[in-house]
Ligand binder design. Structure first.
Ligand code: ADP
Ligand code: MG
Length: 292
């Protein structure tokens, strides 16, 4: 059997001429001033830039949480900028997952229940859900901590739960906003390596806003954002045990969720980060795990 001679890949993320201004008149802030770049499937891309350079704004627009004033964003070939609010929420439930600096876990749920939240929302049958949750906890090395609540876990462990949760629904694109911002440097290194590993093992594409040199060292490419503009997009070339130096690319290298049944026990949980991730309006009445 011969391999196909050519594999046609579609860019996972294509951003063209994106502008976003907050406010109006003299107090207006131009957060993004004509941003264009592309990310190929399976790539781990670090988005670097000083505080205020527009990283969060850009991630929010790529993930469909916010809309640009001008320009176009495609994710997996679908035009996010042309979608209705409803379609963007569906996109966040099925194809895009977020990871935040503050972890965004639900304090009253165990690690396993937190990981299972997106699957519950998607109506995944219980058995399949349990299997997927244990696989995800295994991948992030937390099998022994499945029953612990976030408050009983370290910061690094909490972020690992958040990574497991983000991956549970098999998204195509992972967006992480300074995921190691609250972690010490050794833990940060572990988290970034874990991200590197899951991008490979889960075949996901990741765009990670960070200042963290631990990620810059292992990313496939580094997008440098300055004052709302892409200053550089450097690609790692070559293979080998050690990370190759980053280089500017030459030429064209630039390259239905079911509504869940009525919960057995309903608790009111307000968790903005989680709401965002699972594509629900915030301040929702949200279902906590059964039997507690
Ligand atoms: P970063 O994540 O790189 O720190 P942000 O995307 O948060 O940058 O912010 C980019 C610029 O937009 C900053 O000048 C910031 O003050 C401004 N900004 C961000 N969010 C808002 C908002 N909701 N209202 C007004 N200005 C904002
Ligand atoms: Mg930010």
């Amino acid at each position: 059997m011969s391999e196909p001679s050519a594999v046609i890949t579609r860019e996972m993320v294509a951003v063209e001429g994106v502008r976003r201004t907050y406010g109006r008149g003299r107090t207006a802030t131009q957060a993004l001033r004509g941003v264009s770049f592309a990310v190929q499937p399976g790539q781990l891309v670090a988005l670097r830039g000083r505080s205020g350079s527009g990283k969060t704004t850009l991630l929010n627009i790529v993930g469909g949480l916010d809309r640009p004033d001008a320009g176009r964003v495609q994710v997996a070939g679908r035009d996010v900028t042309a979608m209705s609010e409803h379609e963007r929420m569906a996109l966040r439930r099925t194809s895009v997952a977020f990871i935040f600096q503050s972890f965004g876990l639900i304090p009253i749920l165990s690690a396993a229940e937190n990981v299972g939240v997106p699957l519950r929302i998607a109506g995944t049958p219980a058995k399949e859900r349990e299997e997927r949750v244990s696989l995800m906890l295994d991948i992030v090395g937390l099998r022994e901590h499945a029953r612990q609540r976030p408050g009983e876990l370290s910061g690094g462990q909490q972020q690992r739960v958040a990574i497991a949760r983000a991956l549970a629904g098999s998204p195509q694109l992972l967006l992480a906003d300074e995921p190691t911002g609250q972690l010490d440097s050794e833990t940060s290194k572990q988290i970034m390596r874990l991200l590197r590993a899951v991008v490979q093992s889960e075949g996901v594409t990741a765009l990670v806003a960070t200042h963290d040199p631990n990620l810059i060292d292992i990313a496939d490419s580094v997008l440098q954002l300055e004052d709302g503009k892409i200053q550089d997009h450097l690609f790692r070339t070559g293979r080998g045990a050690r990370p190759a130096p980053l280089r500017a690319a030459r030429g064209p290298r630039r390259a239905a969720a079911r509504v869940p049944g009525r919960p057995r026990r309903l608790r009111e949980v307000t968790n903005a980060a989680l709401c965002t991730e699972i594509g629900m309006q915030c301040n929702v009445h949200y279902l906590a795990g059964p039997g507690r």
